[in-house]
Design a protein around this ligand. Structure first.
Ligand SMILES: Cc1cc2nc3c(=O)[nH]c(=O)nc-3n(C[C@H](O)[C@H](O)[C@H](O)COP(=O)(O)OP(=O)(O)OC[C@H]3O[C@@H](n4cnc5c(N)ncnc54)[C@H](O)[C@@H]3O)c2cc1C
Length: 397
């Protein structure tokens, strides 16, 4: 698709603004983009959000950069950015972690490697909110070392029979489909002999159990796959070429949610919560506390700047893995620092709080969750390895 001129983009922005005003409500000034915490993402909550996604799809604003034959609009990343800007003030569908996995990780990967007949059926369903996806890659014995995956897929008359165990799957209990990595040639070297498959989460033989987390929610899941049969058009990428698909997926995984913020000086959720907290604790005139809140805001801004500069350097649909590692490592590094600062201001207020006090919970939760980006989708150490080996040319360990 040709890059649009400024005039065309401004026309697109104007149409989007009119359409948004007619179809979605504005968010309240202090209303976050997402529900506050995993506990809110129940089957009922998602059932209320899915029709909103359908409206977005019918309006032509879902899958803006996806090919038209797979339900998208076939437009450019510039159109996508313009729509994001126009939509920032509105309460768009909130499909949580599953929305992120579906639209920013699984489908971008499948658009690059999936079979056309599969994408023609499942692309429109996903864009309409009828199909939400999760990722079955980690296993009890394969995390950072993904090539150690031992879930197997063997050919049968109907396609493939998949057996094994997966773990740490975000949101699987509420997902409709999973993208699953399996070993298709056990004799091959471990990076070879792997293949990706699309697996319906309610297929016979799939058992999903939730895992209780430190914040009391049960968003993580572990699965057993017991002779699950999928047709061959559910194979994503070439047979035994799963490592290539994995590299694509990890790039999108590392990008997702990192390149989506606008670079502006608007304070994020955490600094705003800290200002409210400091007022309540009568610490808002304390110079040290003011300085700490400013630090959290500055870290947010630096992260956005870094993400925007990396994005500008990698304009193609599939940025290089090592470049994506910068944004991921920045988030994995800054989130724990910001969370520690927040805890140091909050003190006991983030250890115990009255039941109707969202603020103590918000600070405490951001602390408990601050390690997410330093682990999920590849740990900080793995990002440093990628930068060290692929950008700096250091020898592999
Ligand atoms: C919030 C969250 C969501 C997740 N969602 C999903 C999901 O939806 N689907 C899914 O399949 N998985 C998911 N995961 C799992 C995640 O991908 C793994 O936890 C991650 O890849 C690390 O694997 P591991 O836990 O087995 O740790 P390990 O690989 O055992 O690593 C343990 C430690 O050793 C270090 N280490 C390992 N190898 C090296 C090396 N070569 N060089 C230097 N250091 C090394 C690691 O950095 C880490 O500190 C999620 C995890 C989290 C925290």
């Amino acid at each position: 698709v040709n890059e649009p001129g400024d005039h065309a983009l401004e026309g697109y922005r104007g149409d989007a603004q009119l359409w948004l005003a007619a179809n979605f409500r504005l968010r309240a000034a202090d209303e976050p983009f997402y529900a506050p915490g995993a506990a809110h993402y129940t089957a009922d909550y998602l059932a209320r959000q899915r029709p909103l996604q359908q409206i977005l799809h019918e309006g032509g604003y879902a899958g803006i950069t996806w090919p038209r034959e797979y339900g998208g609009q076939g437009l450019t990343p510039a159109h996508e950015r313009v729509f994001r800007e126009a939509a920032a003030a509105y309460a768009l569908p909130d499909l949580g972690t599953l929305g992120g996995a579906t639209y920013h990780v699984c489908f971008p990967t499948m658009l690059a490697h999936g079979q056309p007949e599969f994408l023609r059926v499942h692309g429109p369903r996903a864009l309409a909110g009828d199909e939400l996806w999760c990722q079955f890659f980690s296993e009890p014995g394969a995390g950072s070392d993904l090539a150690a995956v031992s879930t197997s897929a063997r050919p049968c008359d109907e396609g493939w029979i998949i057996s094994g165990a997966k773990v740490w799957t975000s949101g699987a209990a509420l997902a409709d489909y999973a993208l699953c990595l399996a070993r298709t040639d056990s004799a091959a070297e471990k990076h070879r002999g792997l293949t990706w498959f699309a697996v319906p989460t309610r297929a016979p033989g799939v058992t999903i159990r939730t895992i209780r987390q430190t914040d009391g929610t049960e968003q993580f899941c572990q699965e057993t796959l017991d002779d699950v049969v999928v047709p061959d058009d559910h194979r994503i990428g070439g047979l035994n070429d799963g490592w290539t698909v994995t590299q694509t997926m990890l790039i999108f995984e590392r990008d997702s949610g990192i390149f989506k913020d606008r670079v502006d000086l608007a304070p994020g959720d955490l600094p705003q919560a800290l200002v409210r907290l400091a007022r309540r604790l009568h610490l808002d005139t304390d110079p040290e506390v003011r300085d700490l809140i400013a630090q959290v805001h500055v870290y947010d801004y630096v992260q956005k700047q870094l993400a925007s500069r990396v994005e500008a350097m990698v304009p193609s649909a599939v940025p290089a893995a090592a470049m994506a590692a910068y944004g991921k490592l920045a988030k994995g590094t800054f989130d724990p620092i910001k969370a520690r600062i927040a805890m140091s201001i909050a003190g006991a207020a983030a250890v115990a709080w009255p039941p109707d006090d969202e603020l103590g919970w918000q600070i405490s939760k951001s602390y408990l969750n601050s390690r997410i980006f330093s682990i999920a989708g590849g740990t900080n150490e793995m990002q440093r390895n990628a930068i060290g080996e692929r950008v700096l040319g250091l020898p592999r360990r």
